[in-house]
Design a protein around this ligand. Structure first.
Ligand SMILES: Cc1cc2nc3c(=O)[nH]c(=O)nc-3n(C[C@H](O)[C@H](O)[C@H](O)COP(=O)(O)OP(=O)(O)OC[C@H]3O[C@@H](n4cnc5c(N)ncnc54)[C@H](O)[C@@H]3O)c2cc1C
Length: 387
C-alpha cells in the first residue's frame, strides 16, 4: 500500500486533507469527514484507514477543493487501500448474562472430568463437563462467554469462598449437542511459597472433583470474546495454555461436523490458530485441531509455538510472539480486511510479547501499533481476555 508523492516536489511541511467515510467509531463512522494530516503522517493514516475498513473519498493539499474523482487527488492511495467499508459486526443481541448470581447459583452436576495432557506434560489441566439441565431459567450461553464457579468450603476467615471465572470451552450446544451441558478447561494453580507447595483453591477443587458431585455455578458473563455472526469472517486466534478454551468453542462451531449440522452456521472464512505451550504433551485438544486442519485445509491453519522444544530465529525458546513475528506480513494482510477479528486469550503475561511483535510488524509497514490497536479494539475487531 503506497501513497504517491510523484506529483509534487514541495517540502515536507505540506498538510493534506483526507476525506474519509466509514472510519472511526460510533457516529464518526457513518458520515464522510475530513482529516487534516501533515505529509509525514499521510501514508500511515491511509494505511490505518484501509486497515480499519474506511473508504478514502479524496486526498488533497489542505485548502484545495477536491476534484470530482478521488483519483485526481495530489496523493492517491493504491487500489489495495480501498478496503470494504464495513467491518463484520459482532452480534451482542440475545447474549445471556448473569442468569445465575452468587447469591442464587445454579447447582450443576459433574458428568466428566479428565486430563487433557499427554505423557510427561508439565502441571495438570482437565476438561470438566457439567450437566445444566433442570434450571429455571435454563442456564445457557454462547461461544466466548465465561461462567463463575464457587468452590465448596470456606476461606481463611471462615467466609464462603468467592467465585472464580472460567472461560467456557464448549459451544452453546455442549459437547454432547443436547443444549444442556457446559465444559471448562482448567489448569490447577500450584506454586511454591516458603518451601511449601500451595494449591489454588478453586482450580484444585475442580481438578479433583468426581462425576456426580454438585457444583455452584454463576453466569454466564462476558461479551468481549463473542464471535461475529458473519459466516465469511476471518478469525485469528492467539492462545496460550487454558486460553485455548474460547478458541475450542469457535473451532468446534466452525469445523466439528456434528456441531455444524446442529448450528447451521456455514463458516466459509479463514481461521488461524496460534497456540503456545511449553511441551508437545501440554498442547490442548491438539488431535482435534490437527484433524480440522486436514479436513478444512483452505479454511483452517494451525501454528504451534512449543517453547521448550522449538527454537526461534535467535536460537531462544519459541514463544507465541515469535510465531506472530514470523507471520507478521500475512497477519497484517488479514487485518487489512475488515472482516478479520483477532482473539487473544491466556495468561496476562502473553500480552506484552504479542504487542511487541505487532509493534515491530506495524513499524515495518510504516504504521504505529499503539495507535492502531485501540482503533481495532473500538471497531470490535481486537478481542482480549487474559487473566
Ligand atoms: C475471564 C477469566 C477467564 C478465566 N478462564 C480460565 C480458564 O479457562 N481456565 C483456567 O484454568 N483458569 C481461568 N481463569 C483463572 C481462574 O479464574 C482462577 O484465577 C484460577 O483457576 C486460580 O484460582 P484458584 O482458586 O485455584 O487460585 P487461588 O486460591 O485464588 O490463588 C490465586 C492467588 O494465588 C496467588 N498466587 C498465584 N500464583 C502465585 C505465585 N506464583 N506466587 C505467589 N502467589 C501466587 C495470587 O495471590 C493469586 O491471586 C480465568 C480468569 C478470568 C478472569
Amino acid at each position: 500500500m503506497r501513497v504517491s508523492t510523484a506529483t509534487s516536489s514541495r517540502s515536507d511541511s505540506r498538510v493534506f486533507t483526507v476525506v474519509v467515510q466509514g472510519y472511526g467509531v460510533g457516529k464518526q463512522r457513518q458520515a464522510a469527514r475530513e482529516i487534516n494530516v501533515p505529509f509525514n503522517r499521510l501514508q500511515a493514516l491511509v494505511q490505518s484507514i484501509a486497515l480499519l475498513g474506511g473508504q478514502i473519498l479524496s486526498v488533497t493539499p489542505a485548502g484545495e477543493t477536491p476534484a470530482s474523482q478521488p483519483a485526481a487527488a495530489a496523493a492517491t492511495p493504491a487500489p489495495a487501500a480501498a478496503a470494504p467499508s464495513k467491518p463484520a459486526p459482532v452480534s451482542h443481541a440475545d447474549v445471556p448474562v448473569n442468569l445465575y448470581k452468587p447469591k442464587n447459583p445454579f447447582l450443576g452436576t459433574i458428568t466428566e472430568n479428565y486430563s487433557l495432557l499427554g505423557e510427561g506434560a508439565i502441571g495438570r489441566v482437565n476438561h470438566i463437563t457439567f450437566d445444566l439441565s433442570g434450571g429455571d431459567p435454563q442456564l445457557h450461553y454462547v461461544e466466548g462467554q465465561s461462567i463463575g464457579i464457587i468452590p465448596d468450603g470456606e476461606d481463611a476467615n471462615g467466609k464462603p469462598h468467592k467465585l472464580r471465572l472460567y472461560s467456557i470451552a464448549s459451544t452453546r450446544h455442549g459437547d454432547n449437542l443436547q443444549d444442556n451441558t457446559v465444559s471448562l478447561c482448567v489448569r490447577q494453580l500450584q506454586y511454591e511459597k516458603d518451601g511449601e507447595t500451595i494449591n489454588g483453591v478453586c482450580s484444585t477443587f475442580l481438578c479433583d472433583i468426581d462425576p456426580g458431585a454438585k457444583v455452584r455455578i454463576t453466569g454466564p458473563v462476558g461479551k468481549e470474546m463473542l464471535l461475529p455472526d458473519d459466516e465469511e469472517a476471518n478469525v485469528i486466534m492467539l492462545a496460550t495454555g487454558t486460553g485455548i478454551a474460547p478458541m475450542r468453542t469457535y473451532l468446534r462451531r466452525m469445523f466439528e461436523p456434528s456441531e455444524r449440522e446442529k448450528n447451521g452456521w456455514n463458516f466459509r472464512g479463514k481461521a488461524w490458530l496460534f497456540m503456545g505451550a511449553p511441551t508437545t504433551a501440554n498442547l490442548l485438544y491438539d488431535a482435534d485441531f490437527n484433524h480440522y486442519q486436514s479436513q478444512f485445509p483452505d479454511n483452517f491453519r494451525y501454528t504451534k509455538a512449543i517453547s521448550r522444544e522449538q527454537q526461534n530465529a535467535r536460537g531462544g525458546r519459541m514463544y507465541i510472539q515469535d510465531r506472530v513475528s514470523e507471520h507478521a506480513d500475512e497477519i497484517f494482510a488479514m487485518i487489512e480486511d475488515p472482516k478479520t477479528h483477532v482473539y487473544m486469550c491466556g495468561l496476562r503475561g502473553m500480552e506484552p510479547g504479542i504487542d511487541e511483535a505487532m509493534s515491530a510488524a506495524a513499524e515495518a509497514k510504516g504504521l504505529n501499533w499503539s495507535e492502531l490497536r485501540p482503533q481495532l479494539k473500538k471497531a470490535e475487531r481486537w478481542h482480549v481476555e487474559t487473566y
